[in-house]
Design a protein around this ligand. Sequence first.
Ligand code: OSB
Ligand code: MG
Length: 369
Amino acid sequence: MKIEQISLFHLRMPLVSAFETSFGRETVRDCILIEISAEGITGFGECVADRDPGYSSETTGTAWHILGEFMIPMMLGKNFSSPTDFQTGFDQVRGHWMAKAGLEMALWDLQGKAEGRSLRLLLGGVRDRVDVGVSVGIQDSPEDLVETIEAYLAQGYRRIKLKIKPGRDVAETQAVRRAFPQVRLQVDANSAYTLESAAALRPLDDLSLLLIEQPLFEDDLWDHSRLQAQFKTPICLDESIISARHARQALEMSACRVINIKAGRVGGLSQAVAIHDLCRQRGVPVWCGGMLETGVGRASNLALASLPGFVLPGDISASERYYVQDITDERFSLNADSTIDVPGAPGLGVTVDLITLEKFTLRTEMFKI
Ligand code: OSB
Ligand code: MG
């Protein structure tokens, strides 16, 4: 298919409630929606880089720059037979995984629509509904946290992830464990500790957590392996894993026992599937992470999480947990068994509502051959 036109939309969407992590507090979520037109078909992709470089070094600004100056000019007028082609074509662009992943997602959507097949089928998914949980931001007090979780459990979520940071970790997690002795519970530090300061997390090892996510800095693979040796709870890496090579190296040095896979963080769905395949071969459990996506990125996450190696619940919650108004006509809702249905329509299986899109667009730019 010949790529004829690509449009970028910088979106800013108000969140239902503030989301606080070790790197900051967000009340709105920025992303870039990418629209690719080829031979009468339109595909959409979501670049998950946020406004600030808190989670990763990429931002909506860096992604806009790399897309507009380099990647889009390289793509316009070219024939792409599959998203995998695109990966090899962009080998010479270093880094900028989220920018790449957003473009690649739009190509998957295009391919699925052209072939009349869902992304789930294209990727080799085996489930039509996936196990999900909710990621709960840092609250004002342990009591507030317990109350917030009570409400999510009442909605049907059966796996809870707590965001933690130094000083807001052990007491909070203990309070939640005391209130809900049976709940599937895990914590995420978003790189807030060093090997030394992580000693404070020792008491977490006695709380039957599913895992401890990304305690140390992104580039601390080696220190994660030293920390894992001190904990019986599995360490799960998020930020540290930016490619299948990193995943292999992390596993070979026992830096983690579980991997959180986010297509945005690793340069796209093809790489996400490659990490899934590697982990599956080695019997390492994986789960699908989230970046507070709109309906577009959520559809992609659901398709990815339908692959057989995704054996732990994903950070994929119902649309209403994130946005009052989303940009897709489809709203994702939670089933009674803490699952969400994987879209079955061609491509991502979602329709972008252009009026809502315009409402949340801060700036837009169109590139044509
Ligand atoms: O570390 O998993 C993370 C959101 C934004 C950036 C990083 C992370 C998160 C989440 C939310 O935990 C997951 C979701 O989309 O529900
Ligand atoms: Mg994380």
